[in-house]
Design a protein around this ligand. Structure first.
Ligand code: FE
Length: 168
């Protein structure tokens, strides 16, 4: 009888603990997932060389720049989203693409602010703001403050760092 009581007590205690503490634990896990939803992708240069073309590797991992007017998305007007060519993270929408006349595909805003990262770039004898993918770190281009409304920003991107996906 005493053993039966003890077993019941342990089960009831376990259910109580689970009920009181589990929802908190679960909701914390969910919000952590939401906050860090894009995660981080890290690969060695060797691994990147295997999945990128030499030109993509030069632009995305060595901060190179494609020749103006050479990229396939400069004059492209398809409706859809542009993802990172390295990791597939959604970056820009065709709805924010505009003709900047620079020879590179240009957008006035990213789809989600935290999908891109920026860094001060002092190369080429001037201060510019470098733009990269927040998930895999791929260099995408630069952002300038001479863009159109509503942001006044011009995200000047390299076509090879992007991959277009049609709106379905
Ligand atoms: Fe990426």
């Amino acid at each position: 009888m005493r053993k039966y009581f003890l077993t019941t007590f342990i089960i009831v205690t376990a259910i109580f603990v689970a009920t009181v503490f589990m929802p908190t634990g679960l909701s914390q896990t969910t919000s952590n997932k939401t906050r860090g939803a894009i995660g981080r992708i890290e690969k060695s240069n060797e691994e990147w060389r295997r999945v990128l073309t030499p030109q993509q590797f030069n632009v995305m991992r060595e901060r190179g720049t494609e020749e103006p007017y050479s990229g396939k998305y400069n004059d492209f007007k398809g409706k859809g989203v542009y993802t990172c060519a390295g990791c597939g993270l959604t970056l820009f929408s065709s709805a924010t693409k505009f003709d900047s006349g620079t020879g590179w595909p240009s957008f006035y805003a990213p789809i989600v602010a935290n999908h891109i990262g920026t860094e001060t770039d002092s190369s080429m004898g001037e201060q510019r703001t470098e733009v990269h993918c927040a998930r895999c770190g791929a260099h995408l281009g630069h952002v300038f403050d001479d863009g159109p409304a509503p942001t006044g920003l011009r995200y000047c991107m390299n076509s090879v760092a992007l991959k277009f996906k049609n709106k379905r």
